[in-house]
Design a protein around this ligand. Structure first.
Ligand SMILES: [Zn+2]
Length: 420
């Protein structure tokens, strides 16, 4: 009955201890092992007691203590000398969790996005014990070649994954994303062109040929990756990046005008400082009262109307994406960027206009992609998933596997079949 409860094949229960619950087991032997070097019948030299964190049993944390045989070859000249028995159904060599606990933690951390610390606390295990298992099982799962299917729209995006060392140096990575399906395909180290280009070069040319759309932020390195590796694909600036840039320019204008008019950085009572949160809101989210308040604050703090112009520019950029006609998109982009480069505009807005001019075709291409199965809105959710895992990671290999488990759509039905 005990052996049925323990539920492992070929196992004999030797003893059960309480507080903490520890189940001592050994494997059943049909016959002694043969030496893998010379084929002689091996002798048991001694036993190792290996404690393995198991899944909780009837509401209690449990440890499986495996009395592992150490075998010795009786032939004095045989190079095998001694070795320890293995049994993948109980636990993988080198992992300190049972096999079933290893799969469970991989699913909790990888699929549900729980932290390693949380899951380790559930089992009463050490952080490293759980992390090692997640990486060992997870690596096999994300390497499944069928995980990456046909991709028609590919995006590159930079992600900060750690701040390391004494100076908290920022560690960047590049996310390679299927922007139509909302799937993270891979992450590579750094945010320059070479690693992403190498990743694409490693794919099948037929796979690359199916990519019609290539999305990017307004960065030179990613443009270079697409120019060289996917020259046939239409490049698209992700609206998120342009809208964010217009928000940054508004913020810069607000700070500069604040400083020029009052001679100091924003204080609690300064009108522009008080307007900062209203300025970033989308216009349609301002009710009548907030709209009136914003107008009043700008009147008081923005004598030359520069912040107001930057605010209108930000709203106009957002407005660009409510248009649906791909035939006219380039005309709108050109008109808007020309208006922004007008000499009457504050320098921040003129800068935004010049950036838009440089990326005009890539910005307008978004409208064209909307009428086909191009990039979709699911990207926002994916970016959030990626960011959630990024927090606190310091090792690139661990980060890559964790984020691919969580945002890379691995085939979880394969989890019971893989062995690390
Ligand atoms: Zn031997």
């Amino acid at each position: 009955m005990l052996e049925r409860l323990v539920g492992l094949p070929r196992v004999r229960v030797l003893a059960v201890e309480e507080d903490p619950l520890a189940v001592h087991v050994e494997t059943r032997l049909e016959m002694p092992e043969a030496c893998m070097e010379c084929g002689s019948r091996a002798r048991v030299k001694d036993r190792d007691r290996v404690p393995l964190t198991d899944l909780p049993c009837f509401g209690r944390r449990a440890v499986l203590v495996w009395h592992k045989r150490r075998w010795r070859c009786p032939e004095p000249l045989c190079p095998a000398t001694t070795w320890t028995e293995t049994c993948a159904a109980i636990a993988s060599p080198r992992l300190k969790l049972t096999d079933r606990a290893g799969r469970w933690v991989t699913f909790q951390v990888g699929c549900h996005g729980r932290t390693v610390a949380e899951v380790a606390a559930d089992l009463g295990a050490d952080w490293h014990t759980v992390n090692d298992a997640v990486i060992a099982y997870g690596e096999k799962l994300v390497e499944d070649p069928d995980r990456i299917g046909i991709v028609t729209a590919l995006g590159l995006d930079e992600t900060l994954f750690a701040k390391r060392g004494k100076w908290r140096t920022k560690q960047w990575s590049t996310s390679i994303v299927d922007v139509a399906a909302g799937q993270l395909l891979d992450v590579v180290q750094g945010r320059d062109a070479a690693p992403a280009a190498r990743w694409l070069a490693d794919r099948d040319p037929a796979w690359r040929a199916q990519i019609r759309w290539a999305t990017l932020d307004m960065s030179g390195p990613y443009r270079k990756v697409f120019d060289t590796m996917l020259p046939h694909a239409t490049q698209i600036v992700d609206p998120f990046h342009l809208v964010r840039l217009s928000g940054q320019k508004l913020d810069e204008a607000r700070r500069r005008v604040q400083n020029e008019t009052l001679g100091h950085r924003g204080h609690k009572a300064d009108p522009l400082y008080r307007a900062r949160k209203l300025l970033v809101l989308a216009q349609e989210r301002l009710d009548e009262h907030s709209q009136g308040k914003l107008t009043g604050l700008l009147k008081a703090g923005d004598p030359k109307g520069e912040v107001t112009t930057a605010w209108h520019a930000k709203e106009a950029v957002r407005e660009l994406y409510s248009h649906r006609d791909p035939e006219l998109a380039l005309e709108w982009v050109d008109q808007l960027s020309a208006d922004m480069r007008d000499r009457g505009c504050p320098p921040e807005v003129r800068q935004l206009g010049r950036t838009m001019q440089r990326w005009r075709t890539q910005i307008a291409a978004w409208h064209q992609a909307q009428v086909t199965n191009g990039p979709t809105e699911t990207m926002n959710g994916l970016a959030k998933r990626i960011k959630r895992i990024a927090f606190g990671m310091t090792n690139f290999r661990n980060w890559r596997i964790r984020v691919l488990l969580y945002a890379g759509k691995p085939n979880w039905s394969l989890l019971p079949t893989i062995t690390p």
